[in-house]
Design a protein around this ligand. Sequence first.
Ligand code: PEP
Length: 251
Amino acid sequence: MRKNIVAGNWKMNKTLQEGVALAAELKDVLAGKTPNCDVVIGTPFIHLATVANQVEGSVIKVAAQNCANKESGAYTGEVSAAMVKSTGATYVILGHSERREYYGETSAILNDKVALALSNGLTPIYCCGEALDVRNANTQNEFVKNQLEETIFNLSAEDFQKLVIAYEPIWAIGTGVTASTEQAQEMLAFIRSIIADKFGKEIAENTSILYGGSCNAKNASELFAQPDIDGGLIGGASLKAADFVAIIDAF
Ligand code: PEP
């Protein structure tokens, strides 16, 4: 049975103190609730251990926004999947379009990151999604299919079932332009259909697929009501507790 998930991606925002305060506020607000979804917050690396410790005992789970494509060693500035796991984080966002675009993350690099995340017991939230020119050319399905075929479709069925997919059209990230409910549902249904072709219907039905891109308190209920949308990966609207909780409450 697939899970509903609302996952925040704080990106490079919040000092440690600000992040701890936001996590504390979220923990307080959620203490009296039983959300109809799993709640994840994706913090910068330096926040992970403190925030994971702070939200312990609550419904909130913690994600890193990246991990290294190497196991350990002389890779100055990198943070390994094992290090992420040791903080108490249980998820890792991989393949975000900002990582692909600004830090040159290729499919080959992402395959190594996914493998290391899985072997260290982290759940990857694996991002895919097309740029505006691809959407304008109406070739988004082929583009996303190719992104998945080059990476997570190489996994064994057993490993594939351990990850979450987030479809994030680049033209909708941080722009205030959300994919329409129809566009989002159509793409997530397409992704589920190609998972079914590759791994079978049962695995496809059990895979959580999230939508990301300017999702907010206003549009979340309509998006989450779609049959193939199992939640959201939330950037800007995860930076304020009230906004993020309103999205959680949309389930
Ligand atoms: C994101 O970058 O993962 C994202 C969805 O950002 P925003 O919600 O700000 O569009």
